[in-house]
Ligand binder design. Structure first.
Ligand SMILES: [Zn+2]
Length: 419
């Protein structure tokens, strides 16, 4: 088997990277001027590869490699070209370019398939000003509610108006998920955004699951007082208690993750202190726990222990601690048959691979709820992502693309058996 074109991948990465806010590379926020430039670039690439191009009702940009057999079945390959502010050149982008490289290979070799391939730039995967991620992939799965579409950003602009402005048609969005009856597989390639593959020297991570992601708010109510006159034994300092809890959460999560052989991480990344004044004892603190877990038992154990600690601290420190659930996105398994195929492809191509869980959410998490879908990871330097230093070698994108391409060619060879 030949391989997808390495130079083509290189060129595409640097061309798309030039569509950025000039004074803060690499920034291509969804719906921005730079994002529209990025899409114009991608539309041009679709045209060069003779793909049929469209923007679907959810605002996803799609390039279609048509089968000559007038096929009804199709395969989706996609990721996203939007970035966070001061983001990187590879997060999402590697996946879209991988799709282009696969199509270039098929088209250069004149390979006709019994199904269509659709390359997707899923609209707005990164968290945006509407406090939402994965707009486009939610949209095609029927998971963009009326409430979400009508929500307004900080400038008062409704999400649905922006989707419609870039070519979507949100009035018809609820019909989109019907297409999945004809979808044989959805593939995504993504940089790992962690260090597992790099540290182990492994080429491909075949993702088994996206963990259960949940966020929880803890509110601590103490008593404000003069920082100079209130004696230490008379204080109800909410920040001191919050600090104890933050350390407890970190220690507990470390212990659980060492025992659990699946993904388990807990983070306190947002904290608010009131009145946040240098001469006043903190009266109120609220912080948010971000928890990502595969194993339900580990999750239960975590909350059990945390609850005991909260009860203990409330008594010991004589103040109020409240616990509140904010959001909960369920555990999603990737399709096992597709994963078998991806593992076989890696093996056939003499590439090393391992099964792993994803720590981050991706477009494929939504697709996997309504369709056969899976995602593979490739290593990225030092696991760094969401910053300009984000890097992976083009050969890593080539290897990952080859694995997906091989699985597509296997689907072609076994087409009569699978339909
Ligand atoms: Zn991404």
């Amino acid at each position: 088997m030949n391989f997808v074109d390495l130079n083509f991948i290189d060129e595409c990465i640097s061309q798309l990277a030039s569509c950025t806010e000039k004074d803060r590379p690499f920034t291509r926020l969804v719906f921005s001027e730079e994002f529209i430039q990025g899409r114009a670039w991608l539309t041009q690439k679709f045209k060069e590869l003779n793909l049929i191009t469209k923007v679907d009702d959810a605002g996803n940009l799609v390039g279609i490699y048509k089968s000559s057999t007038n096929a009804s079945k199709k395969i989706l390959i996609g990721s996203h070209i939007d970035t966070v502010a001061y983001g990187g050149k590879y997060d999402g982008i590697a996946g879209v370019i991988s799709g282009l490289a696969i199509i270039k290979f098929l088209s250069d070799k004149n390979i006709d398939l019994p199904f269509d391939i659709e390359i997707y730039d899923y609209l707005g995967e990164e968290l945006n000003d509407w406090n939402m991620s994965c707009i486009g992939s939610r949209g095609i799965c029927g998971a963009l509610s009326e409430k979400m579409l009508n929500s307004k950003n900080s400038k008062g602009i409704m999400l649905k108006d922006e989707i419609d402005r870039i070519g979507g048609n949100t009035k018809k969005i609820d019909k989109l998920s019907n297409q999945f009856q004809n979808v044989l597989a959805c593939f995504e390639l993504h940089i790992e955004q962690g260090t597992t593959l790099e540290n182990k020297g492994i080429d491909i991570g075949v993702v088994e699951s996206m963990p259960n992601i949940s966020r929880h708010k803890i509110l601590i109510e103490g008593q404000a007082g003069h920082s100079g006159t209130t004696l230490m034994e008379n204080r109800k300092d909410a920040l001191v208690v919050a600090s104890k809890l933050v350390i407890f959460i970190n220690k507990l999560a470390k212990e659980i993750s060492q025992k659990d052989n699946r993904h388990f991480v807990a983070t306190v990344g947002k904290i608010e202190v009131s009145p946040n004044y240098v001469t006043i004892i903190p009266s109120d603190v609220e912080f948010i726990i971000d928890l990502r877990v595969v194993n339900e038992t580990s999750r239960d154990f975590f909350f059990n222990q945390l609850n005991k600690e909260i009860i203990k601290l409330k008594k010991l420190e004589n103040l109020k601690i409240n616990f509140q659930d904010l959001m909960n996105s369920p555990y999603t398994e990737m399709n096992k048959t597709l994963n078998e195929s991806l593992k076989k492809s890696a093996n056939d191509l003499n590439l090393s691979f391992m099964l792993m869980d994803s720590g981050a959410g991706h477009d494929t998490a939504h697709l996997a709820k309504v369709s056969k879908a899976s995602i593979i990871f490739i290593p990225c330097r030092n696991g760094i992502s969401h910053c300009p230093e984000e890097f992976t070698k083009s050969i890593n994108i080539q290897k990952g693309s080859d694995v997906i391409l091989k699985s597509i060619l296997d689907l072609k060879d076994n087409f009569n058996e699978i339909i």
